[in-house]
Design a binder for this molecule. Structure first.
Ligand code: CO
Length: 150
């Protein structure tokens, strides 16, 4: 495994749409391993492909609910809402309040190309929404609301 450089806000790659993964190969496995290691080393709870300079639809999330790897994730259902503070490893030292669904249902593939459906809630749902937005070139502060706004 190896640490990868984290792309910082201002780099246009963070604003591009990532492409679907089509090859479930050793290279994908290495990328996911590296992303997990890089995320942990940076003390983060999620990381998406564009943040390591690769426009591929991959993300890793680690919360108290566990460690999850998402390849080609799609949110197929969402319910409820939660308001809370978010930060991003690509936007160091900053945070903003963002409204996210309380629960999401996600269809995704694992590193071997097997399809899964998972339901996530609370902070893990928030992390999924944040990371998957990266795959469409969206940063959390695009969705920021004032703290007192419902
Ligand atoms: Co982020």
């Amino acid at each position: 495994m190896a640490l990868r450089d984290i792309i910082l806000d201002g780099d246009p790659i963070l604003r591009k749409r990532s492409r679907e993964v089509t090859a479930f190969d050793d290279r994908l496995a290495k990328l996911l391993d590296d992303m997990h290691e890089t995320m942990l080393a940076a003390d983060g709870c999620g990381l998406a492909g564009p943040q390591v300079g690769l426009l591929r639809r991959v993300a890793v999330v680690e919360t108290e609910d566990g460690y999850f790897e998402f390849v080609n994730p799609v949110i197929v259902a969402a319910s409820g809402s939660q308001k809370g503070s978010e930060g991003c490893l690509s936007v160091p030292g900053k945070s903003a309040c963002v409204i996210r669904p309380q629960k999401v249902k996600v269809e995704y593939y694992d590193r071997r190309g097997r399809k899964h459906t998972g339901e996530f809630e609370g902070f893990t749902a928030r992390a999924c929404c944040h990371e998957f937005d990266h795959l469409d070139g969206i940063l959390y502060y695009d969705k920021a609301v004032k703290e007192d706004k419902a």
